[in-house]
Unconditional design. Sequence first.
Length: 88
Amino acid sequence: MRLLCCFVLLLIVGCGKPVKNDKPIAMDQVPEPAMKAALAAAKEKFPDVKFQSATLRPNGIYEITGKSKTGKVHDVEVTAEGEVMEVE
């Protein structure tokens, strides 16, 4: 019984949202090289994605988020200089 109680407690404590310090920004605040790189990377992998929002992480990486026509959400992470870090 103790083991079950401990397991339930760990589930409850461990299921909180992770704290993020990402700062939502307007799409027009994304630097032009970053936006161009994100568009090119997304077009290559997800040609029908339409970007809708952007966030700036504390490490200086921009995460640009959009949806495909099917409603699937995709993210592209880029630096201000236009280096693509990740495409999801």
